[in-house]
Design a binder for this molecule. Sequence first.
Ligand SMILES: [Zn+2]
Length: 274
Amino acid sequence: MPELPEVETVRRGLALELANRKIISIERSKFDLRRPIPVNLNVQLVGRYIVNFARRGKYLLLRLDNLQTLLIHLGMSGRMIIHKKDYPNVSQHDHLQINFEDGFRLVYTDPRRFGVIDLIDTSSEENHPSLARMGPEPLSEDFKGNNLEFLLQDRQINIKAALLDQRILAGIGNIYACEALFYAGISPKRLAKNVKGKRAEMLSEAIVSVLERAIDAGGSSLRDYANTSGELGYFQHNFAVYGREGKLCHRCGRKIIRIIQNGRSTFYCSWDQR
Ligand SMILES: [Zn+2]
């Protein structure tokens, strides 16, 4: 499931290829995603340019020159693929296809259809139900210094669940929550309100550093994506704990364990994380 670094990589790839190209036509499937795809998409998109490629949490905000914003969430399995002239056949999972000048085609494909495509006024983006209650961006100036302790105060839930809550902090999902907790040496079972002082500082730094490293890895993947499938945002990772149940911890040599918290797998080292 795409998290902040994957979505950021998609954003950069789209900006790289689609800036200053006019939209000439769109095609959509008959299926809806998590919510219906707006019916006026054709009218609002055709003839327009995307003038700003933004991101908020795990949402892409593609701002058009008619003051509309195309809002996209990749859900569980959504993918964005750019084709240049050599188009494959349309699959049943391709839900939106946007054709640009010069033969560029952007395809949104999503087998599980948990994604979201919406069209909103750019001026009232922050009132959109998906964005209105979202917490700060972990890579923004607002998050630097240390307000993580403030964000976590009085939270009677485990720290892993708190990191996944988009109302507390934007953009983090299961993978980067596990990774950040490992690098901060904090048990995923610790109560969120008890993560404070030095611990909150360590966690704050670990969050920024795991996200920045992943974005860098995504950046390298962008340099050669055109030679592969044209798919944006998925790249090779080296995780310390995520997906490594039973493998050895790089720090202490003991086995990484997996537990279930709130229905999701958590991977961690019970020796290094307290
Ligand atoms: Zn360890």
